[in-house]
Design a protein around this ligand. Structure first.
Ligand code: DP6
Length: 394
């Protein structure tokens, strides 16, 4: 039996991917740019195993066995095997053995955070390790989920849409590594909102079919904005970075509202968080915090380390929670305690200038993290999610 275990990170786009020109190959209508988040706080972990003794392919996701029927999953497996076959490095017998896949996230699925990017990046990375496939992995991960192609690399990553009909040039490239902007921090505020949202793949298909604004965005706004964003990242120009991220998020959500029927992803809490960010930035006379929202109500805030205590203080003040357990409160997180506690008590005067009401229990969870590395292989036996017989350990 052969077995490989890997982790892969989540990524958050600051220039959004919204809309496909090819549904099957998952080819986008515009470039996008994201930050890969550190795996310590959030990652997908996947163990893949092949053996001549397995009689069928099986998969377990977050503790539940699922059918191996998902077309995107089947595509990824087929494409990795095709590459392995073409390389001539992998014996055909190994490619014929059945496979077992076990995958889990280290962050609560209840948080409602998009996990498909990390999940597919992890699956593809682990499969490539297993079958000895080398070279660019973003093209393979893209076929699981578009945003997954950006999770195969660390740091800031740009997915170039490409022009090839087969998508061979629709690949992710690293703009800079995670060490480039060491003071950048990310705080994800998970909104207390149970509303079922339209999945992003369905939402974007609907937008492509019905939104004129989306066409304008893809052809006119994003091509210019992404160059400016790449430069802001290269130059570590936070004010420009934050301003562009907010503009792009708002434009994506505007195209969602321009869609018929409209896709409404931001909630009143999302808008309150956005208000707070703009008020803070007004107070400072320059953006010191930037937000971005994916296909859901959770705010993803970018800010520099020096402003974390201030932001945490204001979030706690305006979004108090009565849930004393408040598990996973990142503001008490072990790694960042020092950074946060250093600023306590300094910001009372700021509150009075904000002119905002408080919103008790509007947030249910928060994650504090930074920019991190791409996927990694774990070699410790205790890290494997499948045992020596290929059965899930949990
Ligand atoms: C709003 O990558 O989940 O997060 O390619 O259909 O799997 P599929 O969509 P997905 O869409 C992500 C949309 C987004 C923006 C982004 O990550 O760029």
């Amino acid at each position: 039996m052969d077995l490989v275990t890997c982790t892969a990170p989540v990524n958050i786009a600051v220039i959004k991917y919204w809309g496909k020109r090819d549904e099957e190959l998952i080819l986008p209508i515009n470039d996008s740019l994201s930050a890969t988040l550190a795996s310590e706080q959030m990652h997908a972990k996947t163990t893949v195993s092949i053996s001549p003794n397995f009689t069928e392919d099986r998969i377990w996701l977050n503790g539940q066995e699922e059918a191996m029927a998902n077309p995107r999953l089947v595509n990824c497996l087929r494409e990795v095997k095709r590459r392995a076959r073409e390389s001539g490095q992998t014996p055909q017998t190994r490619l014929d053995w059945h496979i077992r896949i076990c995958s889990a996230n280290n962050f609560p699925t209840a948080a409602g955070l998009a996990s498909s990017a990390a999940g597919y990046a992890c699956l593809v990375y682990a499969l490539c390790q297993l079958y000895g496939v080398k070279g660019d992995l973003s093209e393979l991960a893209r076929q699981g989920s578009g945003s997954a192609c950006r999770s195969v690399l660390g740091g800031f990553v740009r997915w170039r849409m490409g022009s090839d009909a087969q998508g061979h040039d629709s690949l992710a490239h690293q703009v800079v590594g995670p060490e480039h902007w060491p003071d950048m921090r990310i705080i994800i505020l998970v909104a207390n909102d149970g509303q079922k949202k339209v999945p992003s793949s369905i939402g974007m298909k609907r937008s492509v079919g019905t939104s004129e604004l989306l066409k304008f965005r893809a052809e006119n706004t994003v091509p210019k904005r992404i160059e400016a964003m790449e430069k802001a990242v290269q130059d570590r120009d936070f004010a420009t970075f934050a301003a562009l991220a907010m503009k792009d998020s708002n434009e994506m959500h505007a195209t969602c509202l321009d869609t018929t029927p409209p896709c409404v992803y931001m909630s009143s809490t999302s808008h309150q968080v956005s208000d707070l960010v703009h008020k803070i930035n007004e107070h400072f006379g320059t953006p010191i915090v930037g937000y971005t929202f994916d296909a859901g109500p959770n705010a993803c805030l970018f800010l520099l380390k020096e402003h974390v205590p201030l932001l945490v203080h204001l979030v706690r003040h305006y979004f108090p929670t009565s849930d004393t357990t408040f598990k996973g409160d990142p503001f008490r997180g072990r790694d960042f305690d020092v950074e946060i506690s250093s600023g306590e008590g300094k910001f009372q005067s700021l509150e009075s200038s904000m002119d905002m009401g408080t919103n008790p229990d509007a947030l249910k969870y928060a994650i504090y993290t930074k920019v991190g590395l791409g996927p990694e292989v774990l070699t410790n036996t205790s890290d494997h999610l499948l045992d020596e017989l290929g059965n899930p350990k949990m």
